[in-house]
Write a protein that binds this ligand. Structure first.
Ligand SMILES: Cc1ncc(COP(=O)(O)O)c(C=O)c1O
Length: 483
């Protein structure tokens, strides 16, 4: 029996906490929401785009502003007092990252970057992609991981994609294994996959890391979508390269991410240039006269965001004070409820109102749900129209392909030939919307998706309000809802 009662939120909430045995946790996170994220309720927002960006707690902002008000910080790495103060906070942030991810400083380096994409670019531009090297990657990578293939191609390396399969958009383990063992002739081997797809929420086995290592692969585990609500314990699993963005984890500051890299793997990278801050010494009088600084320093171009970095420590402490396992359990419960409710929502003629792309239970998945809303005849409501109508009610969902074309193409049965239309020389430049139109007109397929994602400040009231919104389309024809 479904426990969704559009007219009775209290009843549904009671059933939710009873079903999950989560009264204490739900209450604790409800208090956190009021204390630290009260602006959501004060301003009437339902935020369901945590995979796009996390939300900051008000206490983070207060703590950071107090810290900035109470210190004088200048450009780090000099010996004057203001420089030493900045260096102290940068070192503290690095130590906080090691601690949060349980990474051994003897084994890993923490390199601060502008975001996860910046971390990925560091790997892509420096990995020894040359004739005989191989880049193996899953279909469901973010474009910032897909983009590394262009460095690989330019260097003459072989690029091999492993597709995801419907309906759950998981990777075929046999194909992964075949990829990891078949390419045994590769000189340098990089295997890249997301710990959690930012499209489908699918979580892939972390055991693949060890299997890949046994076959001589370096492993890039994209953790940008995983880290905000899942424990990533680098004492238990040993990926070589871990890119992430801090704003996805705790909202503030934007513009900071990290590449956590195993020292051994980092030693393989060859930086294509040097910059202020990355060298110990350079001369203008000799070809190639520079010495790259050891460790993370050699990878942090220019001056790091030393003011922003002091907020990283505050953000990580905030997550730790709540507990990543508590956050994980809470969003998993809400996701479970949402998946069940979405799955049972139907028009009066019995036709389902929601089509989910990805797993329909919380088994091996995160709280990121990609879906269509369908009309009584099974037609897809215009995705952007749904986003706009949700927006009118201050409900933030995201639409598009979320920079994850592989999951989108498989989810919507878009073939290579369909896509080829958007890459025909005569039609460039082509935007995402234009490509959608081309494919929709030619095939009737809708290469666009809605995504709802949960995070630290999500509450039952949020998901309930979203369900009320979704249910409001009952028995409405797609043509009447419009485009
Ligand atoms: C899985 C994944 N990887 C990488 C990125 C890139 O992150 P950023 O845009 O912060 O560089 C994202 C962003 O959505 C992501 O979800």
């Amino acid at each position: 029996m479904s426990d969704y009662h559009p007219k009775d939120r209290e009843f549904a909430f009671q059933a939710f906490v009873d079903a999950h045995g989560s009264r204490n946790r739900t209450d604790a996170l409800g208090e956190l929401r009021s204390a630290d994220y009260g602006r959501l309720d004060r301003l009437g927002h339902v935020y369901l785009d945590y995979t796009g960006g996390g939300l900051y707690a008000e206490s983070q902002i207060t703590a950071h502003h107090e810290l900035l008000s109470d210190h004088v910080m200048g450009n780090p790495h000099s010996h004057n007092p203001s420089s030493l103060a900045a260096t102290h906070f940068v070192d503290e942030a690095r130590a906080a990252v090691f601690e949060f991810f349980n990474a051994d400083p003897d084994e890993y380096e923490v390199i601060f970057t502008a975001n996860a994409s910046g971390a990925l670019k560091l790997v892509g531009e420096s990995y020894p992609f040359e004739e005989g090297a191989c880049y193996l990657l899953s279909y469901d990578n973010h474009n910032s991981v897909n983009g590394i293939r262009e460095f690989a191609r330019r260097g003459g390396a072989e690029v091999v994609y492993v597709p995801v399969r419907k309906p759950e958009l998981r990777l075929d383990e046999d194909l992964i294994r075949r990829g990891l063992t078949r390419e045994s002739s590769c000189k340098h081997r990089l295997f890249a996959y997301p710990a959690q797809s930012n499209f489908s929420g699918v979580q892939h086995p972390l055991e693949w890391i060890e299997e890949a290592h046994e076959n001589g692969w370096d492993v890039l585990l994209d953790s940008a979508a995983f880290a905000p609500t899942n424990r990533l314990d680098l004492s238990a699993i040993k990926p070589d390269f871990v890119p992430l963005s801090f704003y996805k984890m705790f909202g503030y500051p934007t513009g900071l991410g990290a590449l956590i890299a195993r020292k051994e793997a980092l030693g393989k990278l060859r930086r294509p240039w040097f910059a202020g801050g990355t060298i110990t010494l350079a001369s203008v009088q000799g070809e190639g006269w520079y010495h790259l600084a050891p460790g993370s320093t050699g990878f942090e171009d220019g001056t790091v965001d030393y003011l922003g970095l002091s907020a990283i420590t505050i953000g990580l402490r905030h997550l730790s004070s709540i507990g990543i396992d508590t956050i994980h359990g809470h969003v998993t419960d809400l996701c479970d409820w949402l998946l069940t409710q979405m799955g049972s929502l139907a028009h009066s003629n019995g036709a389902p109102m929601v089509q989910i792309f990805g797993p329909e239970t919380t088994d091996r998945r995160g709280a990121t749900i990609a879906f269509y809303l369908l009309d009584p005849e099974g037609a897809v409501y215009d995705v952007q129209r749904i986003e706009a109508l949700a927006g009118e009610q201050l409900i933030s969902v995201r639409t598009g392909c979320f920079c994850n074309p592989g999951d989108g193409e498989i989810a919507h049965n878009i073939t290579r030939d369909d896509m080829a239309e958007c890459f025909d020389e005569s039609t460039v430049p082509v935007t995402y919307n234009q490509c959608q139109r081309v494919i929709e007109d030619a095939t009737g397929k809708v290469p666009n998706t809605i995504r709802a994602s949960l995070g630290i400040a999500s509450t039952f009231a949020d998901v309930y309000r979203f369900m009320e919104f979704a249910a409001s389309f009952r028995d409405r024809a797609a043509g009447d809802v419009g485009r």
